[in-house]
Design a protein around this ligand. Sequence first.
Ligand code: ADP
Ligand code: ZN
Ligand code: MG
Length: 496
Amino acid sequence: MTSLAPPPAAQAFEPVIGLEIHAQLLTATKIFCGCSTQFGAPPNTHVCPVCLGLPGALPVLNGEAVTFAAKVGHALGCTVHPTSIFARKNYFYPDLPKGYQISQYERPLATDGGVTYEEGGTTRRIGIIRVHLEEDAGKSLHEGFPDSDTRTYLDFNRSGVPLIEIVTHPDLRSAAEAGAFFSRLRAILVAIGVNDGNMEEGSLRCDANVSVRAAGAQGFGVKAEIKNLNSFRHVHRAIEYEIERQVSLLRKGTRIVAETRLWDVGAGRTTSMRSKEEAHDYRYFPEPDLPPLELDPARIEEIRRTLPELPDARRQRFISQYALPEYDAALLTQSSALADYFEATAAAATNAKAASNWIMGDLTRKMNELGVEIGQARVAMPPDALGGLIRLVDSGRISSPIAKEVFEKMYGSGRAAADVVEGEGLAQIDDHAAVEAAVWEVLAAHPGPAAQYRAGRTQTFGFLVGQVMKATRGKAKPTLVNDLMRRALESPEGTR
Ligand code: ADP
Ligand code: ZN
Ligand code: MG
């Protein structure tokens, strides 16, 4: 008996994805000159002979960019090399006035790392091939001018802005996984303070390499590279589209060609841009105007030691130290600023879970409502203030519904929780006699539901309790109301 391969149409395919991520380093000045990296300046105001590529202008390497790049190397578990070499990558583009980009090629700054994390109960490791330094190109402006239909304008403010390129192994296996990994990487870069994570401004973008292969196969299929994806959504959708495109070609028996493709956001598809360029097309050679980049091993080690706690480690710590559910920990460690806010609030409240609930609940709602970030929210509601509110709830001074009201009054006002409670007379009524009086008043006012309860239709209980809460403007202590209401209803009819 011979075993036949299944016909292509019935065959299952597995996607294989590798990402090349470009991240702008948060230095004040460019990588090889003193020009500002500030975003949004009028076109061509942050330029000089070096970043315009004028003859005779010589590049001088920005030390801070090197430190930041080395941090990234460490954060991604790579070996940071004491010697790396800049190279010229030659190609023509109108926004690349030198006719070459200074990058690193054969000897990048950092190599051979990986990012390990837990996902749905399994451990995933995405290998990192390399992290290297390079300069950004300028920007061609195809839109926004009266004569944009016939002319393209050039803005060189970006020219020479420091970038790192991070190249992963083809270890990702779905569009969703690639999107999630990109987001994880963003969190790392932002947490270590080297990138602002701002994808709209182009500070972080990614090229996705996608191929598919028969499920279970060892080798790789021919890949297409989708250029310049600048949001998680685009990464996800472009890869998803590309996987389907390749699978349907293979099912028809058509070969995939190696090429560079573009994601057309409007049309929701990838289109061919050019056939795949090869490294030798770029005529790489060592940059004659820059010496090899030498880093003292002691300095490399010192940079490693200054790394802050990384988001995944912090998430794990939140689970173990504060006994938070995984869900809370993942949410709270999405940004360092949010995680810092949580830790400060948890300490002030001496109740971590309550701090988490308030942050994920009312504070997040408020931030969405006002369209503000945690930085601004922290000013409007300092951790100590929110902690104070939580302590009032925990001590029984105010009920949870009242606490929400107090929260509203505190936000942006600079008032402390105790102050609001005092000033507005919102303290919880836990005076036995007062609550009991309210209970009997409600029973007298609603004889019907009371009689129904006593006749065994106990669903009316909630209604009666609600009436007491209403009568006391939410201030009666709920457990006490429950208690006294039950006692009143179960006492011999109508007697106190
Ligand atoms: P190239 O020489 O074509 O530029 P590289 O080996 O430099 O390819 O890899 C570039 C990126 O493409 C890396 O992120 C790598 O993981 C990814 N990659 C390589 N081969 C494949 C493949 N067959 N399918 C998907 N991604 C791949
Ligand atoms: Zn310059
Ligand atoms: Mg490559």
